[in-house]
Design a protein around this ligand. Sequence first.
Ligand code: UD1
Ligand code: CA
Length: 450
Amino acid sequence: MTAARPLAVIVLAAGQGTRMQSPLPKVLHPIAGRTMLAHVLAAAAALSPDRVVVVTRPDAEAIGKATAPARLAVQAEQLGTGHAVMAARKELEGFHGDALVLYADTPLLTAETLRRILAARDGGASVAVLGFRPADPAAYGRLVLAHDGSLQKIVEAKDATSAERKIDFCNSGVLAADARTLFDDLLPRVGTNNAKKEYYLTDVIQIAVAHKLRCAAVEGAAAEVLGVNSQDELAVAEAAFQRRARAAHMAAGVTLSDPATVYFAADTEIGPGTSVGQNVVFGPGVSVAGGVTIKPFCHLEGVRIARGAIIGPFARLRPGSEIGEDVHIGNFVETKAAKIDRGAKANHLTYLGDVTIGAEANIGAGTITCNYDGFFKYQTEIGAGAFIGSNSALVAPVSVGANANIGAGSVITRNVAADALAIERSPQVEKPGWAAKFRTLMRARKAKKD
Ligand code: UD1
Ligand code: CA
């Protein structure tokens, strides 16, 4: 059992990332609304490690903020992957157990694959490495196996002989070893006598083998070890993540009418029996119960939706919204920090911001909660069973009592008592026969002109 040994995870995030052409540090670019670094930290967290150390550049404050509660180790100069792991040494003082090295720019790794590498350690390998067979081995390090299938060395493409370059089994970068062996026996022996004049982490394999330690390579899926070095590869990783998310949600009982058009965030939660129509986008922080219907063309972010709700088409649910059981939110309705209780309906053309809406209330077409005066935000309260007539403006702060009615077209600026009718519009004036007389007069004038 892997649980028997303490585990420390070391995440390398000190690389330059220049090919992203972006002011944002590479590993803080998001995939499915979560930074690449956070994806890797989440996969690591699933292994319940005793310590997590993120290795960054000295100037990467933003990365430091994103790593908490992981420890941070600064690699003063970027002298190679071996040097980067060595930078974590101080944070692992007194640690005895396994060290697992991950790259922060490899966001699609799963915890299951990481467990397989740790299992290879259990199987007696002093160092275990995750290998894969990419479509194009190109610049990857090659895994050289001995006759018995054990790993003999890793040779970087730039240092490889033409025979070695023909090997299609490549190094993903993920490596597990006993921490004390790695830091005290192997890494200190790594030099820079290679094409890049860098301290290669990969050299620890040859050093271990020379010390009669057995090394193993575990094969993983190429799709999982996809590294991101450019905006193009970021988009490829995003697409791969979305395919995986769609499959996972469908396997968990969610119906997707056209999976390829639905986009999930890494933290999207949806219960079984919910159906999601075409062209729906989930931003971060969405949790949907089972038995919900989300119709096409909706955008959801930071919202909780309870059982039986019907959303859309064309609804936009923004952060802080809580949609109760059996609530209906229809087309061109926007909610923001709207707490909407059981069975309430807002079916058309409405803005509901900073509002609580009681059970079974009916919000008419064109209702606007006027929650902002250019400086501050204010709250609107709508009681249970209230009926808000179409095209009403509720100027917050304001409350509408339970079962009250608001006449259509009203601008409500004062609180309305329960069961009352509030109506705010000019009295209707009617002039009998006026239109007929007007037409007769105008037709005559027009005839004269012609
Ligand atoms: C590395 C491996 C190669 C493997 C490939 C997989 C070595 C010597 N080579 O090559 O075998 O096939 O990854 O993608 O290990 N980093 C630091 N500090 C440094 C250098 C790198 O933190 O000084 C970090 C980077 O941020 C990145 C990771 O280490 O997360 C890999 O670095 P990179 O320079 O991309 O390694 P490769 O040359 O691609
Ligand atoms: Ca790389």
